[in-house]
Ligand binder design. Structure first.
Ligand SMILES: C[S@@+](CC[C@H](N)C(=O)[O-])C[C@H]1O[C@@H](n2cnc3c(N)ncnc32)[C@H](O)[C@@H]1O
Length: 320
């Protein structure tokens, strides 16, 4: 059974109604709720959340949680969640969906279920595609072995899709919050000074192009996990981080499919401000909540497997 805590979650816009649903634990910044996220989200007021960021079970993981559903059933399963997500988002809110690609059964061709899902989210549910982004994960296994390592007719897959969707065409976003350090090339260019020039493709490069006084360079739409940085800031995703050590000590299952802290960090910074509410309806080990708490955002995590949710407490100082 989940430990029932008296909820003292200072969300002032009615989100307290989720108290009735079955909170598992709370911190100063958020609440973790045990249950089916479709049910839990129904108790959340319309237009109250700034960002929903999540990684649902992919079609390939589907068997475990939901019986023998096939990929074509996945979209049907996902749409009711997406409708609730759209409802609870603020008009300037975003829905960031991390979803992995996969192969068709028995043949070396790729499924397009995640593209079909994207089309349905836009055409049936009413989301807008703000931008398609990618999570570059070079640590992915060279799978399926049959095509990649045995017959050697496909290469290693190293990206996952991250659909950045929005409720309206103008979600709140500020890329100045995710600037990166300038590259050595950029700094060299800046020292040398550029003269305005036109590239062979016709693109005009202005003198200000190499101006390194604007705070950093604008990042690409490919999010990379930097394990060293992750460890420094969040103690996340290494074999000996606090979460995994505490799970082992408590004899609790370590979540097998966590995303790196760098992924929620990028979108929380880009799309939200202090005190905004961010929500993960398929929270797993609650990586999102951990990052949101450190960045001063309020968070709601919903997970239906009690053991995962209980273990996710270890991500927070309060439970040290
Ligand atoms: C890919 S994992 C998420 C991992 C998470 N991003 C992390 O970093 O730990 C998906 C999770 O969704 C949960 N889940 C599946 N269906 C659910 C539902 N209807 N309501 C709540 N959680 C659900 C699964 O138990 C699983 O832990």
């Amino acid at each position: 059974m989940a430990t029932q805590t008296k909820l003292n979650f200072n969300i002032d816009n009615g989100l307290r109604s989720i108290v009735d649903v079955n909170p598992c634990y709370e911190t100063s910044g958020g609440v973790a709720v045990l249950g089916d996220s479709l049910e839990v989200m129904r108790a959340i007021p319309t237009g109250s959340v700034s960002l929903v960021l999540t990684s649902p079970p992919y079609a390939l993981h589907f068997k475990k949680a939901y019986g023998n559903k096939e990929k074509h059933e996945y979209i049907e399963w996902m749409i009711p969640f997406a409708r609730e997500i759209r409802r609870i988002l603020k008009d300037d809110g975003s829905f960031v969906l991390n979803i992995g690609g996969s192969y068709n059964k028995g043949v070396p061709t790729r499924s397009i279920y995640h593209f079909k899902l994207l089309v349905a989210l836009i055409e049936d549910v009413g989301f807008h595609l703000a931008q398609e982004c990618f999570w570059y994960n070079p640590a992915k296994m060279p799978m399926p072995a049959e095509w990649v390592t045995v017959r050697r007719i496909r290469v290693k897959d190293s990206v996952e899709y991250v659909w950045w969707l929005s409720k309206t065409p103008h979600p709140k976003a500020d890329n100045r919050k995710v600037l990166r350090a300038y590259s050595p090339d950029m700094i060299r260019l800046n020292k040398r000074k550029l003269r305005e020039t036109t590239r062979p493709g016709g693109y005009i490069i202005k003198e200000s192009f190499a101006d390194v006084t604007t705070g950093g360079s604008i990042p690409p739409n490919v999010i990379e996990e930097d394990i060293a940085e992750d460890m420094l800031r969040f103690g996340n995703n290494a074999a000996n981080d606090r979460y995994t050590l505490r799970c082992k000590a408590a004899g609790l299952k370590i979540h097998p499919a966590r995303f790196p802290a760098a992924l929620p960090e990028f979108f929380i910074r880009l799309l939200t401000e202090n005190d905004d509410i961010v929500l993960d309806p398929f929270a797993g080990s609650n990586t999102l909540g951990m990052v949101a708490e450190r960045l001063g955002r309020r968070w709601v995590a919903i997970e239906q497997e009690e053991e995962y949710l209980r273990a996710s407490r270890f991500r927070f100082d309060e439970f040290d």
